[in-house]
Design a protein around this ligand. Structure first.
Ligand code: CA
Length: 365
């Protein structure tokens, strides 16, 4: 009797569980099919394909969710033009877009801080601010009026100043140069007489080769070599004052984000964080080989800008940031958070990374 009662109770329990389950099951088993657009064109390494790229992110999310969240990826031009992703996600035309936040600095100047500010934080420092220094919360606050949920899902690390057809020995050598360089850094150079041109990646090489522009920045050795920039200019200035680490942004339509069950939200966040680390590691690995090849096999002269030039650019950048932050309280709030965090992080970097790099130079020089 006792055994039979137990079995009966168990069956009832199981039945009770089954009765309670449907609501839970429907939330957990609903399938989501989303679209992600991208500011970069088909085939772009890092920006579209390869380890830690947006398509890698889509594959990860599909695998981690066992197909419950499937994201169809569209490179620039495949569904919408390159720089329409912000509006498309904001309006819910697509659920996600991959880009760099500074493309949207015309919507709000605060967006610049979530990609790269000249003389800003490096990869470690930027992640520290975003994940543990209030940066993520500020990003969400800045994007809330646009109906967007942002997160980081990639980083190139420090970028290179760029390619010049003539050497830049003093600040006046910049005067009159036509240069491709986006964002705040372009405005800084414009203050020193540079005629700033905005060209998408694919148009940089032909413009530089034909002399339509005299100089260009893109990303770093691997990406720049892929465009062939070394065939049009030989002076490669390495000091990445303008983009000390450049973040790839994932934006998600807020209503779509809110519709996801908690486990799928965690999967999206985890895949984005994984891509942030994996993509930067890929840049670190590929740039080392590419710079070596450019210098050894292609006659490229790679060197930093002089400390005097960099010092002048820093002063101009500080002045411009003061002008922009004075115009908008939310921009000032982001700026103050970023700079306060940076001041503290710089001290730590000074006794950790800086010493490490000095020791490397001691060993290899
Ligand atoms: Ca760049």
């Amino acid at each position: 009797m006792k055994r039979r009662s137990f079995i009966k109770a168990s069956l009832l329990g199981a039945a009770g569980g089954a009765l309670a389950a449907p609501a839970l099951v429907s939330a957990q088993t609903r399938n989501f099919t989303w679209k992600m657009t991208n500011a970069y064109g088909p085939g772009s390494p890092f920006y579209v394909q390869g380890p830690g790229s947006p398509t890698d992110f889509c594959n990860m999310v599909k695998a981690m969710s066992n197909g419950r969240l499937t994201i169809q990826h569209f490179a620039a031009g495949e569904l919408i033009p390159a720089l329409e992703g912000f509006d498309a996600v904001s309006k819910g035309i697509v659920e996600m877009n991959a880009a760099n936040a500074y493309f949207w600095s015309g919507k709000t100047f605060a967006a610049q801080y979530f990609t790269a500010v000249p003389f800003g934080l490096n990869f470690q420092g930027f992640n520290a601010w975003l994940y543990h220094g209030g940066g993520q919360q500020l990003w969400e606050e800045v994007y809330a009026p646009f109906n967007l949920m942002p997160m980081i899902m990639g980083n190139t690390g420090v970028q290179m100043t760029g390619w010049f057809r003539k050497p830049i020995d003093k600040i006046d050598d910049l005067k009159g140069l036509k240069m491709r360089i986006p964002g705040l850094a372009g405005r800084v150079l414009a203050q020193h007489g540079v005629d700033v041109r905005l060209l998408p990646g694919g148009e940089i090489f032909p413009a530089l080769e034909r002399g339509v522009i005299d100089a260009a920045e893109f990303v770093g050795p691997f990406q720049d070599r892929r465009l062939g920039l070394h065939k049009a200019a030989k002076f490669y200035y390495t000091t990445g004052w303008h983009e000390t680490s450049t973040a790839t942004e994932l934006i998600i339509n807020k209503k779509a984000w809110d519709s996801l069950p908690p486990d799928l939200k965690e999967i999206v966040k985890a895949a984005a964080a994984a891509c942030n680390a994996i993509s930067q590691a890929w840049c670190e690995a590929t740039n080392a080989e590419a710079l070596d090849d450019l210098v050894k096999n292609h006659g490229v002269i790679a060197q930093p800008l002089s400390p005097e030039i960099v010092g002048t650019l820093r002063e101009t950048n500080t002045r411009l940031l003061a002008e922009f932050t004075a115009k908008d309280p939310l921009v000032k709030k982001v700026h103050d958070s970023f700079m306060a965090f940076k001041a503290n992080h710089d001290k730590w970097a000074g006794v950790s990374e800086a010493v490490y790099h000095a020791q490397i130079r001691g060993v290899t020089s």
